[in-house]
Design a protein around this ligand. Sequence first.
Ligand SMILES: Nc1ncnc2c1ncn2[C@@H]1O[C@H](COP(=O)(O)OP(=O)(O)OP(=O)(O)O)[C@@H](O)[C@H]1O
Ligand SMILES: [Mg+2]
Length: 315
Amino acid sequence: MNTAIGVTGLRKKFGDHVVLDGVDLHVPAGTIFSLLGPNGAGKTTAVQILSTLITADSGQVTVAGHDVAADPDGVRAAIGVTGQFSAVDKLLTGEENLRLMGELYRLPKQEITRRASTLLERFDLVAAGGKLASTYSGGMLRRLDLAMTLVGEPRVIFLDEPTTGLDPRSRRGMWEVIKDLVAGGVTVFLTTQYLEEADQLADRIAVLDHGRIVAEGTAAELKRRIPGGHVRLRFTNVRELDTAARILANATADQDSLTLTVPGDGSRRALKDLLDRLDDAAIEVDALTVHTPDLDDVFFALTGHTTIDQEATLS
Ligand SMILES: Nc1ncnc2c1ncn2[C@@H]1O[C@H](COP(=O)(O)OP(=O)(O)OP(=O)(O)O)[C@@H](O)[C@H]1O
Ligand SMILES: [Mg+2]
């Protein structure tokens, strides 16, 4: 698979404050990659470097096949960035904002009209397109902001906390839009503080903590890496429950619900092993559920602290 974003040994400090302390990332083309981290972890700094807005102190970064240091223009031509803070001009209408982007890309007038109307439609902004952006809701502004990023038809898109401050419904709407983008072949580099968002959207997740990647993998891989997962087995009668509890020494039985809780990562091998042992003893399992910890648990297990503001601990 082609590499859309490759980062090796990325370092950045502001004064003597080390913000990125040797970051390595690899994002295959056509996938969603999520950089997950609390306030002040260095997410925006990473996005700014990857999108050529600021330069790194050291390390190698390639985006869409171009080196950010040697060929920033090549990178810029291939990417779109939706920043943490909106680029929408509120004194213009939605449509005017989109047209302005088209002019910045020096697109022919007809093409600008075509792209603007396609995007207004796609982002459910047709009715609002002629109204001043100052009258838009937070969710509409986010959608317009992302639509503006797409005017240049970028192959790699950076979304810095695209749903922060949105209500659950608008957030879900944004997730659908992001999924559609990737289905259309673009690569998305997404930063978020929302564990559920990374879980929902990302093919791979990297957890950034104090300037270092402390874990990387799929949501399922990250969840498996930490203790706290368990398998719950339900039986049809107490006799079977008791027999199973004797066989599985580390399990906890609950007589009332006829369930047995077995610590484990829920991996295929562990499940097979568990069921084989019960099968050998001719015990029938009525129901089986696997409980994996959520990403909040993962963050705590990986870093020893919760996802609250890092700024206090950094400075
Ligand atoms: N231009 C700058 N000059 C000095 N310090 C900076 C600068 N930009 C960022 N920092 C500091 O670097 C650290 C990381 O900031 P960054 O904005 O990358 O974090 P973040 O992960 O995006 O946080 P948030 O979730 O709040 O957006 C913070 O402590 C911030 O104060
Ligand atoms: Mg940020």
